[in-house]
Design a protein around this ligand. Structure first.
Ligand SMILES: Nc1ncnc2c1ncn2[C@@H]1O[C@H](COP(=O)(O)OP(=O)(O)OP(=O)(O)O)[C@@H](O)[C@H]1O
Length: 332
């Protein structure tokens, strides 16, 4: 993993250019096939009572790029995340009795493996991990302990290993080294012995992202990474996300912050009322009158036009203010 996290989004990296190039010939149509799909989803529906929250008939996510999933409140984005990461089961899941007709049952494949009907732990083991809209850091554990929980092949998982100290001590030491490297990358190393509950909202988001990386995922799914984060931390979060893509990871994120979507996405998928209604590069999708009508509405001009927060000078000033604020919070 590179430790060079870009501090600005204004320069495009070679990996970023390659990511954009990989989808340049893909037609801008909902459900369109991708040249190298890492995730393919078919017939995934989820109903709550009489309401259909998700109805995705076909969707592909291209490997190695940053894809944004956008849509109005209640469009089904989080429910869709839950379904593909095994935190929820599709209403169209294959069942022995009373299930959907053959060919209409939900099917998802990730990195060449079926993931449609398995639980979250197994999905994570296949290399697809996620973060949550509301962070799930365990507040009564230290930052380092939270990180250690994210590691795979924990010594305690194997009875044989757990009984032989040299075996588990070696693995424990490896986990700690990795956790500290990631904490350093996310500028949280100084906080490693602090309780996670004492971190600011932005720091908790960083911790959650860092913890997700402990399992060396192939794809990371971020549910509203900017929600509740002070605007000054935005720049650093954007840099971290781009760095993940530049290291070869696939990123899929849900976000309402249109600055973020426009500046770091290589591809954008729009959901409305549970369905995929548009796909394409950010510039194309966000200028699509149908998308503006369905989603961006009256906020279109203000949300999409103001890039001033993303200039280096403003970001640096804001970052300095926030660091001071967070230091003060941490001491309090
Ligand atoms: N457990 C549940 N029980 C009943 N209805 C639910 C449940 N979870 C989600 N819904 C409903 O499903 C629809 C889709 O919700 P979801 O949270 O997936 O949308 P979203 O696009 O993520 O919205 P937001 O952007 O506000 O987070 C909403 O109408 C929501 O009220």
């Amino acid at each position: 993993m590179s430790s060079d996290v870009p501090t600005t989004t204004s320069t495009i990296t070679a990996a970023g250019a390659a990511a954009k190039a990989s989808v340049v010939d893909v037609p801008h149509e909902p459900g369109v096939a991708k040249p190298d799909a890492i995730l393919t989803v078919d017939h995934v529906t989820r109903r709550f009572g009489g309401m259909t929250a998700v109805d995705v008939q076909h969707l592909e996510v291209q490997r190695g790029i940053i894809t944004a999933l956008i849509g109005p409140n209640g469009a089904g984005k989080t429910t869709f995340f839950n379904l593909i990461t095994g935190f929820d089961k599709p209403s169209s899941a294959p069942k022995l009795i009373g299930g959907p007709k053959a060919g209409e049952a939900a099917k998802s494949s990730f990195n060449g493996n079926e993931v449609g009907n398995i639980g979250a732990t197994k999905v994570a083991k296949q290399g697809m991990v996620r973060t949550f809209q509301l962070t799930k850091a365990l507040s009564k554990l230290t930052v380092l302990e939270n990180m250690r929980l994210g590691a795979k092949d924990q010594p305690g998982e194997n009875l044989f290993v757990s009984m032989i100290k040299p075996l588990w001590a070696k693995r424990e030491a490896e986990i700690t080294v990795k956790a500290e490297e990631l904490l350093a990358r996310f500028k949280l190393l100084e906080k490693k012995d602090d309780m996670a509950g004492s971190l600011s909202g932005g720091q908790k988001k960083l911790l959650e992202m860092a913890r997700a990386l402990m399992s060396d995922p192939v794809m990371i799914m971020l549910d509203e990474p900017m929600a509740g984060v002070n605007p000054a931390l935005t720049q650093s979060l954007l840099g971290h996300i781009q760095a993940l893509r530049d290291d070869g990871m696939t990123v899929l994120f849900v976000e309402h912050d249109m600055h973020m979507v426009r500046h770091i996405s290589d591809w954008v998928i729009v959901m409305a009322e549970g369905r995929v209604v548009a796909e394409g590069p950010a510039a194309t999708v966000m200028d699509d009158p149908a998308v503006i009508d369905a989603y961006l509405g009256a906020h279109h001009n203000t949300d999409l036009g103001d890039d001033s927060l993303l200039t280096d000078e403003v970001a640096e000033e804001l970052a300095a203010e926030v660091t001071a604020e967070e230091n003060a919070e941490g001491k309090a």
